[in-house]
Design a protein around this ligand. Structure first.
Ligand SMILES: Nc1ncnc2c1ncn2[C@@H]1O[C@H](COP(=O)(O)OP(=O)(O)OP(=O)(O)O)[C@@H](O)[C@H]1O
Ligand SMILES: [Mg+2]
Length: 393
């Protein structure tokens, strides 16, 4: 294999080996098995911080489900929050692809009717519904959710009768417009009550979970919520060694440890490190075992690459207020309290709450047991920038 292509730093770029996700994959495999046996498994919502590998896991699972004969539809929700129109277009495909069975004619008609009423009723302008049943907002919402339920209630029996289970794979689910999320969860709930073989597998940042809970208190029964964590030392070894094998490239324990220490097990960084190492090698160097000192020799290049691209973009895309917040946090020992950041900025916690909310929603800050950065090494980067700025001023 060409050394250039062994590692895959990027957004949603499938790694040659998906390390450390056996348990999470297992959960989906049992769901697929249940679906294929005509059962209705619990839906799955994978959550994890930015860059931890949600998209690649979701895509791998979809590939597997398709190989097993499950009908799969993929949606990536964008920041505009639009979910339902894309869902409708997949439902239309499903109805079209499965029409033509005489004994199911009634169901197709029901489905086509529900689809039509939704298509007419849904204005592409975000969050606006124009069904005719009432003038008040609540009345319109109820009708909208009801129509989606009707549509799913028509699709469910078709999937069951044709032994054709269905799975919606939805990435970036935290972005879904709250009203659309509400309607979708309600319709899924109805499907599971009626035991139809249709499920959703979602991926999103951790705030997806609280948004889902805000909408429906029963989501903890409708979904399981596996966490996607940083890679462990042995996962990092797999992520480096297994793809390298074919090219004759391996890593000894010291090299793996050195790379684990600097990347913090952040999958994207591991791919970056591997690629930097490979770009310094030629086919004539193979076979080769990377030792600790060889790995460490590339540390400066690695850091420079992250500083000039990944970290820099993360910082520069923030407003001045947000940047101030981040620099204050970097000067504290983490995790820290909001009140400590506020004190450094000469503000009250209430005054900085909107900035914190924005940084959380952008996936820059986690607020689990105190505030911390979601990406390893970001605090050190901010300190480096601050030192550089104070040297030049
Ligand atoms: N389990 C893994 N093993 C090895 N590499 C991985 C793994 N998961 C992800 N990667 C690598 O990490 C990078 C980021 O993956 P991905 O885009 O799926 O993350 P994400 O969680 O979807 O990020 P975002 O929240 O920004 O959408 C990619 O380069 C991918 O190849
Ligand atoms: Mg992603």
């Amino acid at each position: 294999m060409n050394l250039k292509y062994i590692y895959t730093p990027g957004a949603g770029k499938m790694p040659k080996y998906l390390a450390g996700r056996k348990d999470q994959i297992e959960i989906a495999l049992s769901a697929f098995e249940a679906l294929l046996a005509g059962e209705v498994p619990t839906c799955i919502a994978y959550s994890g911080y930015r860059g931890v590998g949600k998209t690649v896991l979701l895509n791998r699972l979809q590939e597997t489900a398709e190989e097993k004969g499950i009908t799969c539809y993929h949606i990536e929700v964008r920041e505009d929050g639009s979910l339902i129109p894309r869902l409708l277009s997949h439902c239309r495909d499903f109805l079209n692809n499965n029409s033509g069975m005489e004994k199911l004619r009634n169901l197709f008609q029901k489905g086509a009717g529900a689809l039509k009423s939704l298509e007419i009723g849904f204005s592409p302008k975000k969050g606006e519904f124009s069904l005719s049943a009432g003038n008040g907002k609540a009345a319109r919402m109820v009708d909208f959710s009801q129509s989606l339920e009707n549509l799913f209630e028509a699709i469910g029996p078709i999937a069951k009768a044709k032994k054709q289970p269905l799975c919606f794979f939805i990435d970036e689910f935290q972005y879904a417009d709250p009203n659309e999320m509400d309607a979708f969860l309600g319709a899924l709930h109805r499907l599971s009550q009626l035991s139809y073989p249709v499920i959703a597998i979602l991926a999103g940042t951790p705030e997806m979970i609280s948004k889902m809970y805000d909408k429906k208190t029963y989501v903890e029964r409708l979904f399981v919520f596996p966490d996607l964590m940083l890679l462990t030392l042995s996962d990092v070894s797999d992520a480096l060694n297994i793809p390298g094998e074919k090219a004759g490239l391996s890593y000894d324990k010291d090299a793996v440890k050195a790379i684990y220490d600097v990347t913090g097990g952040y999958p994207y960084f591991v791919q970056v490190y591997g690629q930097i190492l490979c770009s310094s090698l030629g086919e004539e160097d193979m076979p080769l075992t990377i030792t600790g000192p060889i790995a460490e020799k590339h540390y400066d290049t690695y850091l420079k690459q992250l500083d000039n691209n990944f970290y820099k973009i993360r910082l520069n895309n923030r407003s001045l207020l947000e940047q101030e917040f981040l620099f204050a946090m970097a000067s504290l020992s983490l995790p820290c309290q909001t009140s400590e950041v506020a004190r450094l900025l000469n503000k009250t916690p209430k005054q900085i709450a909107p900035t914190l909310a924005k940084l959380k929603s952008k996936g820059i800050i986690a607020n689990d047991k105190g505030l911390s950065f979601t990406v390893p090494g970001f605090s050190d980067y901010l300190k480096r920038i601050q030192n550089r700025n104070s040297e030049t001023s």
